[in-house]
Design a protein around this ligand. Sequence first.
Ligand SMILES: [Zn+2]
Ligand SMILES: [Zn+2]
Length: 665
Amino acid sequence: FKTFIQYVYDKHVILIKAAIIVFAVALVYNQDIRLLINEATADAQTSYILLIPILTAYLIYRKRKILSTVASLRSSLQDEVTGVAFGAFALTIYLAGSYTFHPLEYHILSIPIFLYGCILFLFNLETLKALVFPTTFLFLLTPLPFETLYTIGGIMANYSAEITFAIIKAFGLPATLTTNENIPEIVVQKADATLHFSIDVACSGIYSLLTFVAFSSFAAYILRGPIKKRIIAFFAGFPLIYALNIIRILIIILLGFSLGIELSTELFHTFGGWVLVFLGTLIILWGSEKLLKLRIYAHDLQPCPHSKTQKQVFCEACGRLLKTITAKISKRDISKITPLLLIISLIAFFQFPVFTLSKFPAEIILSSPIEGNKATQILPQINNYTLMFLFRDEAIEASTGQDANLRYAYFPNEMSKRPVEVYVEIADAKKKLHSWDKCFAASWRVTLYDSKEVQLIENPPLIAQSFAFQEKGSLAINVVVYWYEKSLFIVNSTVEEKFVKITLMSVIDDLSDRPAMEEEQLLPIAGEIVRYWQPVKQWSQIVLTFAKYRNELFTVMLISVVALISSRIARSYLNKKSLYHVYSKITSETDKQILKAASQTKIPTAEQIASTYQEISGKNMQLGELIEKLEQAEKAGLIKREVLNFEDNPLLVWRTAISIRKNAI
Ligand SMILES: [Zn+2]
Ligand SMILES: [Zn+2]
């Protein structure tokens, strides 16, 4: 315990800065993180998202030795400026994302970029290098849009069905492959019954695949060994998981065939996926160790054999860390932490809801039945229309887990206008609400006309999606406008926030009627409904002003991030060019050979350079003399002392600023 206290004392600066970064993310992204957890826990298939922060924490823990060293290094002004640019870039993505139909996705996407910025600003480039994988890993938190997911899933399901069918045919089972509403289906004949197994998107293993991407990249990263082999290990995982999924489908069919029942495929989808992923990850780890000779555990570094009287932090000969670096909080640190905390609290102060929060017009108590008078109070009466409550779809409520699924229609008084259908869906998670993307991606019987985003009200900005679709063989075209809100409801006498999705739908005969339908009927009705529901929170004027220039801000930040990075690259390129010139001016053959040796040593500690030097020149050199020569080269700018990440252990190396080929003169 005492050593723990000592550790905290030694590393207090690093720990304080790390805590500030965690605090900043929690403060800026607290709503998004809560929404993400809510969605991830709504079903088992996407619950892998919850594991990603845990895996990230482990990755950071594994790097504690190298991190505690590089994080104590000084930060340069260049790092700090780049850090500020990254942070501001992340915030503009956040703001611009709020004006799209997928605010949560864009917000989550900006978290890793925000982290890059914080790390560069408070620590330095070396720390970011050590943390680049754990932070980039967080991109996997971003939920993929359903459309993409279902397109890939649909293709995967088709091939899975064909392969499975070929295998059970080979087994001699009396089976046929058909499709049912575009979903492939394997039909097995038994003496007394016909069994149908539909290979749908959930069956395709798309969620297992996503979970697996997280696990296999994690596995490939923690393995020790050459990077090429680890990339092989990562990609070998994909055919593996696909094959395992086909085996899973085969097992369902064979079990169903021998037991004569259609097993609860629901159960198999939920648990089968996880079993698949763990099995796949274990096979990868095992196979990498046995076949690719990769290691899971790091080699232990032998302690420094050299004289202990050295006062340096690192041994100059073998590069080992000799004593812990203790840093005190500096004026520079304070002058960075203070404005950071100030800006973060300002952002928290002006924070706006991710989804427009509204108050339900009538006091609707969700735990009691919604009908009659109560039902019609949910939507406003609109001039020149008659509102009618059609019915409540309890079958859909039961199958999706929604709290309410209500159907209405606005009948126009003018004969020239068409009635507008309204669907009101209420649920505790966004994914429980009917998804149009999911619906269309799964069905090829529908032609989809271009969808676009429309802003319904200015403050708070509320973005709706509008599109048109036509069923194959039908003459009528459906025009749809829909949007999401969060609203307060009374459930069991407590107030709860729930997701609400409202869909307006009407019919036109020709695509050219779509603008008129949208502008004269759907959007005005949508506006009336949104106003009737009374948004609880408005955005502050300051945020709205920023938001007005969100696209310009985004462009400016993107350009400055790119400019800062490319100027760094350009400068190091020019620097190298001039160093080649310096190198060509060296007259001493020994000096040239030392530089050549350093350039060609993989882990260029003084010891290793000495042995390479011996190979190249056939001559021996005392370590002390070599280190002196290296220090001279350092003064000329040809060599830099650097902390190398050797299997997550810090090692002091002498890195040549330019690479010198073996046959160079
Ligand atoms: Zn040593
Ligand atoms: Zn649907």
